[in-house]
Ligand binder design. Sequence first.
Ligand SMILES: [Zn+2]
Length: 220
Amino acid sequence: MNRAEEDYIKTIFELTIEKKQSLLKTNELSERFGFSDQSVNEMIKKLEKKHLVSFIPYKGISLTPKGKQVAIRMVRAHRIWEVFLTEKLGVPWESVHVDAEMLEHATSPEVLEKLYRYLGEPKYCQHGNPIPNLKGQMNSISALSLDQLQEGDRFQITRVMDFRELLVYLNEHQIKLKDEYDIISKDRFNGLMTLSKEGQMLTISLKTAKMIFGHKLPRL
Ligand SMILES: [Zn+2]
């Protein structure tokens, strides 16, 4: 299996979870990759031949059990490397993605197990994505995004999207995982949300709020 194939499998897996759909459409994949529908179709045909994905015409694409195994292996390697790079080497969270992308394809199962144990079997990467354990099981992913909350709600951040520009923005505004916010107001017309953390006010766009996830806290 080559790197492009492994990346496809991983992306199908992640998009299925992100969109809470069991089947993905070709155009959802081409949008994510920035490739044409035609090249996505060609790759899907290849992966189908290898029994990694199944494609139901007019319905969509899903991973076979074999494909899912590959996806979990890739996701696991990616997130374990991210923990190593941030925790042990001090690489900032906005910069680990590119290296983790390369390392995930180049790590033998033996080394990955050693690395996982060395790190104390972490359950999440620095962006809050769950890390599958040795049996491939993982905690559920936080799917409630900040933009879905209403005025008066309280919220704790447990996951953010792994996009460099977003992470740099969050650094600039000192927004981190585990932070707790009160939703002060939501202005749908202008697409803005005002939040408060320990009395400090912050206004962010709903576009940014869509990339921040967590859970509701009981109101004070
Ligand atoms: Zn991550």
